[in-house]
Write a protein that binds this ligand. Sequence first.
Ligand SMILES: Nc1ncnc2c1ncn2[C@@H]1O[C@H](COP(=O)(O)OP(=O)(O)OP(=O)(O)O)[C@@H](O)[C@H]1O
Ligand SMILES: [Mg+2]
Length: 348
Amino acid sequence: MQNVTSVEMENGKEILRLMRTDHPKQALDFSLMSGAAIEVHDLVKTYQKRHHKPVKAVRGLSFTVRRGEIFGLLGPNGAGKTTTIKILTTLLAPTSGSARVFGQDVVADPLGVRKNICVVIQENAIELYLSVCNNLRTFGRFHGLTGRQIDGQIDRVSDLFGLREYLNEKGMDLSGGLKRRVQVAKTFMVEKPIVFLDEATTGMDAFNKRRTIDAIKEESRKGRTIVLTTHVLDEAEELCDSVAIMNHGRIIARGSVEDVKSMSLRLLYLTLSLAAVSDDLLRAIHIRNPIAVDIKDTTIEVTVREATEALDVLAAVRQTGLLRHFEITSASLEDVFLQLVDTKESAS
Ligand SMILES: Nc1ncnc2c1ncn2[C@@H]1O[C@H](COP(=O)(O)OP(=O)(O)OP(=O)(O)O)[C@@H](O)[C@H]1O
Ligand SMILES: [Mg+2]
């Protein structure tokens, strides 16, 4: 949750925006190119296997990703995120609809698309018999870098992702989280304008994750477009300029993190620390029809939909003379996500 004080509550949306530490993007070489980075129109993917019922993994997706932004595709297991990433990276053909990556059509010109992209797929893919250094080297060579460019990039990404001390370790000797970090680092060896990261931080501990998130942020400041999927919503909240929430193959919410948060029920949590809990006080709260009231000893958390409702409850509680301290917090992306997925699930 993000803290919002009562003063900020009057214009919570703007203040939340100010609280985010957005760094200006510099040297927008890639993003100076015109047009959208990704344009997806009515994309459908149905997996058809013999003797199996068809699986409608993606059911008519349309969205645009601007150049230079970090775009997050969020959603529960099976929502269709990996399928979408696979189509956009030409690993999988769509059943219908169209997708263009930097202006190139994924079906008509897969090679044109591949020239501009790098991808970390959900499954781990590093060479277990090669050292970290040789993993990076092989990747650079595969992408046509010269020996000098490879040395320079190994230097750069080892510093950026904190891999210097592991350069001589074999892939098979690395922990799962570190393998993943090498895999993500690999994609940044090559200066492609767009990078796809499918669950990049899966299996990473907090330290590993921090390092990786900071490195991704750093890379995005160069103007690279980054498309990522994640289950970790505070990660999306920290990293993404905009997000789309998918469920059952469809987008159920789309916009900046703040837009998505405010388009759903705009929940506010009022935490009241009290000298005591009296019947009068509870009556004063309940009469205002809050969404939820959660009592723990002398602390009550009241969930409301509107800032005015929160202020109303607060005023009533103050009148009882039992209020010691209060705090108002707004819904996190995670709260909104769970709520959206829940509501739309029962609707579909
Ligand atoms: N090769 C396949 N053949 C048949 N069905 C598939 C195949 N790959 C995925 N699916 C199905 O398509 C749906 C979407 O899967 P997808 O992997 O795109 O979801 P996801 O959002 O990436 O999930 P997760 O969060 O678990 O990675 C699921 O129902 C999945 O079982
Ligand atoms: Mg997936």
